[in-house]
Design a binder for this molecule. Structure first.
Ligand code: ARG
Length: 459
């Protein structure tokens, strides 16, 4: 039989395969609360503008509340034949209140309806992401505060570069996450315009009040162009893009955790809560959560690319292709939130191995730059010459199989005769990090100041 919502011109029903490819109720039921909120705002506006009667509005509003209660109690029967959440809700409303239900869709289309539902949902997810990022920032901040002065090797190319502090490394992630958070704030602000009332694509001849529905749903204003309103999915793409960048940051720290927790590094011990064992190798403690986090970014960026591909060739305005927006966003949002929570747990629980970090910090000629800087400061060598002298001393130490501070003064002086005993004071890693006081540098005093700044910012 023909569809009760749109079947006026149809004689028969759709093929079962058509129903399977067309229906979105399997996933868009997640929009039920937004759908009902949008409908209630719309109905209230229709009554306030005299488009429907107060009595019809009262019946619609009470009926929608009942539908919501049924869904939340698990008593609602979602029907694939009714395609999507919009028609499932409306159809049940009709069963409950009868004729007035048919007046709800006046001056509205599923095109502006889905646009407003989805925006409301994505807006909430921006808030959730912001809160999740905030919690993770606090976890990193705690680590930074505890280890403001702990030395560890800093890397470039994953080769020992210069000694840095644990706190400084943790705060690097606080900075990244703060940018992630601001991207969600920005996106939220930009998406906070209400498409409801754009109707199918052209607006409506009914005297609706779009400012009223926009305000009722917490939007800053109604969208200004009805064509754009029903065809725009920028808000979803921005959410996905912000999620991808954030997930990429999580993945980078996850990668560091995988490396750091290996037997070869032993920089950190992960807690039992976020690792697993092996059924054959009893010594194993695998960083599974970190590995999965590293993989999640592929999925989240994949969702971003998928939606870009859906949108890039669509002529204005709505095309059914756009129904494919929701699963991508739902999946990305779920995995981002899970990733943020898992990372928060790992960061809270992880134990830095201070002795190993300190030993690693002083190996690999990590203070070679300090030696070069000393030659500049004390002997007034041009930096390029100092670099060359230091390089020759590194080569000598390497040949001897020792570290830079192990070279005798006589050996040092083969590099430059002006070198004195004083040079040894800059070859220690603690002195090295303490000297890096330039703004944004790794000195413990800087880290303490930044920790204080972030504590205030997150308070
Ligand atoms: N389920 C649809 C979607 O998610 C709702 C909009 C349908 N509009 C239409 N004209 N068929 O995109």
């Amino acid at each position: 039989s023909a569809n009760s919502m749109w079947g006026g011109r149809f004689a028969g029903g759709v093929d079962a395969i058509m129903e399977a490819i067309n229906a979105s109720i399997g996933f868009d039921k997640r929009l039920y609360a937004q759908d009902i909120a949008g409908s209630r705002a719309h109905a209230a506006m229709l009554a306030a503008t005299g488009i429907i009667t107060k009595a019809d509005h009262a019946a619609i509003d009470a009926g929608l509340q009942q539908v919501k209660d049924e869904i939340e109690a698990g008593n609602f029967q979602f029907k694939t034949a009714l395609e999507d959440i919009h028609m499932n809700v409306e159809s049940r409303l009709k069963e409950i209140i009868g004729e007035p239900a048919g007046r709800l869709h006046t001056a509205r289309s599923r095109n502006d309806q889905v646009a407003v539902d989805f925006r409301l949902w994505v807006r909430d997810q921006c808030d959730a992401a912001i809160a999740g990022i905030d919690r993770l920032m606090r976890a990193f901040l705690k680590q930074a505060e505890a280890g403001a002065a702990w030395v560890m090797p800093g890397f470039t190319h994953l080769q020992t570069a210069q000694p840095v502090t644990w706190g400084h490394h943790m705060l690097a992630y606080v900075e990244m996450l703060a940018r992630d958070k601001s991207r969600f704030h920005d996106a939220r602000k930009r998406m906070n315009e209400c498409p409801l009332g754009a109707a199918a694509l052209a607006g409506t001849s009914f005297p609706i009040d779009r400012h009223m529905t926009a305000a009722a749903l917490g939007f800053d204003r109604p969208t200004a162009n009805s064509l754009d309103s029903t065809s725009d999915r920028d808000f979803a793409l921005e959410f996905l893009s912000a999620s991808s960048i954030c997930a990429m940051h999580l993945s980078r720290f996850a990668e560091e955790l995988v490396i750091w927790s290996s037997a070869q590094f032993r920089f950190v011990r992960l807690s039992d809560s976020f690792t697993t064992g092996s059924s054959i190798m009893p010594q194993k403690k695998n960083p599974d959560a970190a590995e999965l986090l590293r993989a999640k970014v592929g999925r989240i960026l994949g969702a971003t690319v998928a939606l870009f591909m859906v949108m890039k060739g669509l002529p204005l305005t709505y095309s059914k292709d756009m129904q494919e927006d929701k699963e991508q966003v739902f999946d990305a949002a779920d995995n981002l939130m899970l990733g943020l929570a898992a990372m928060e747990g790992m960061v809270k629980d992880m134990n830095a191995n201070r002795e190993v970090l300190a030993a690693a910090a002083s190996s690999g000629f990590s203070t070679a730059t300090d030696l070069a800087d000393w030659l500049v400061r004390s002997l007034n060598l041009p930096f390029r010459d100092a670099h060359h002298v230091t390089g020759s001393l590194v080569a000598l130490a390497e040949k001897k199989g020792c570290d830079l501070p192990d070279l005798t003064l006589a050996e040092m002086q083969t590099g430059h005769p002006g070198i004195t005993q004083e040079v040894y004071s800059v070859l220690g890693v603690d002195n090295s990090v303490r000297s890096r006081v330039s703004y944004g540098g790794t000195a413990p005093s800087n880290v303490e100041a930044q920790v204080a700044r972030w504590k205030e910012a997150l308070a």
